[in-house]
Design a protein around this ligand. Structure first.
Ligand code: ADP
Ligand code: ASP
Ligand code: MG
Length: 403
């Protein structure tokens, strides 16, 4: 079999742990498999580098950030390859460029456009283990780009797709996908299987166990994706098509996203095209807008509230300022002390009352809901951040996910 194994930051967080990863890869190879390894930077390393940059600038150039941040993964890739060579294996470490990962031009959140796997393929044919530095690629100009936080998951899935690997294993510090973050609710249960669509919702709504784009790509390329722990041989969770899952629970999980901010625009001129102007300008600035609420107009003005990831807040503020300066918006305010809690499950498609139960659970805890949005398989609520853990636990309990 050809297996892609991705090891996250905690799994390569120390020299002993890198040796532990080398032992696991070696075992997989000795069982007769070809292995392509994808590694993250050592845990905490990427944040440390971000901190270094912030020492010099509040708004560092994104291209320089990519030069800086991509270095963390090069360290672990080369160290792991050295460890494997020392164990007697043929092994070669590759940057994203050498692995043929081509991206668009959007520094710090680049999308993979194509993979040219010829270097990887010729090395696999020659019997070598390949260790790829995750989280990075190269744009048309040859500049290094990074794939957004958590992006090594995407590197692994994209490589598995390009090489038509039999399996893509994501090794992390928890033993699989749980009904909610087990660090918040220790009663959370590990799922044997979860559908791509539910996993995509959970990941997009804050469950950082898998980067959302990696799930999107796994679904598109039909990659056999498994999440498991690097600390034991415990079986993980298979992420697969809905048809492969016999038992469909009403609700599969609860997700929490603390990284959201709410922007309120007051006294917005109520004219045709104003929403289009504001949100197109935000899109152009690459701000990821999520929930939007517009109130009924009054005195020829209206209020618009929306949420964005905290990381996009500065860019969003600059856009809003231009509308305030031109007089189309009277006033604006920002609130970072919010979070988004979501209930996800494909079973909702055919059952009524799931949303109502989420609202009554919040009411039972006296938690005020600020914003709501729903789709076929999720209900999301924006609440004050101080209630985040209480909300997750009470929803987990209300849908009996610990049973
Ligand atoms: P890595 O460094 O290996 O990429 P991450 O920190 O990105 O690991 O993701 C693993 C973490 O995701 C876990 O430690 C856990 O706290 C968190 N997490 C959030 N939601 C879930 C969930 N539903 N199931 C499992 N883990 C979750
Ligand atoms: N090191 C990067 C991050 O911390 C990428 C990854 O670990 O997936 O976001
Ligand atoms: Mg991760």
């Amino acid at each position: 079999m050809l297996i892609v194994q991705k090891f996250g930051g905690t799994s390569v967080g120390s020299l002993e742990r890198i040796q532990n990863v080398a032992n696991r890869v070696s075992k997989t190879v000795k069982e007769g498999n070809s292995v392509v390894v994808v590694v993250s930077a050592m845990s905490g390393e990427t944040n440390k580098l971000v901190g270094y940059a912030e020492h010099f600038s509040k708004n560092p150039s994104r291209a320089e950030m990519d030069m800086l941040l991509s270095s963390g993964e090069r360290v672990t890739a080369s160290l792991l390859s050295i460890a494997l060579q020392e164990m007697g294996h043929n092994s070669v470490a590759m940057t994203g460029r050498k692995a043929g990962i081509l991206t668009d031009k959007h520094h710090t959140k680049a999308r993979i456009e194509d993979i040219n796997p010829k270097h990887m393929q010729s090395n696999i044919e020659a019997g070598s283990i390949i260790v790829v530095a995750g989280f990075q690629g190269v744009n048309e100009q040859g500049d290094v780009t990074t794939l957004g936080r958590g992006g090594s998951d995407l590197s692994a899935v994209a490589i598995a797709g390009a090489l038509k690997a039999d399996l893509c294993e994501i090794y992390t510090d928890v033993s699989g996908i749980f009904t909610t973050d087990p660090r918040i609710e220790p009663k959370a249960k590990k799922l044997d299987k979860i559908s791509y669509d539910e996993m995509l919702e959970l990941a997009s709504l804050g469950a950082k166990v898998l980067q959302n784009r990696s799930v999107e790509m796994a679904k598109k390329l039909n990659v056999n994706l498994v999440t498991r722990t690097s600390f034991s041989d415990e079986e993980g969770t298979l992420i697969t098509t809905e048809e492969n899952i016999m038992e469909k629970p009403l609700v599969s999980g609860i997700a929490l996203d603390r990284n959201q901010a709410r922007i309120s625009l007051m006294g917005v001129k109520d004219r045709p095209g104003i929403a289009s102007d504001i949100f197109n300008a935000l899109a152009e600035a690459e701000v990821n807008v999520d929930m939007i609420i517009q109130n009924k107009a009054h005195d020829e003005t209206t209020n618009i509230d929306f949420t964005v990831p905290v990381g996009d807040l500065n860019d969003a503020k600059s856009v809003v300022d231009t509308f305030v300066n031109s007089g189309e918006i009277n006033a604006d305010s920002y609130n970072e002390e919010i979070c988004k809690v979501s209930v996800v499950g494909v079973g909702m498609k055919s059952h009524a009352g799931v949303a109502a139960k989420a609202f009554s659970t919040m009411a039972g805890e006296n938690i005020n809901i600020n914003m709501i949005s729903t789709s076929e398989i999720k209900v999301s609520m924006v609440i004050d951040e101080k209630y985040a853990e209480l909300a997750v636990k009470s929803l987990h309990n209300a849908y009996e996910l610990d049973k």
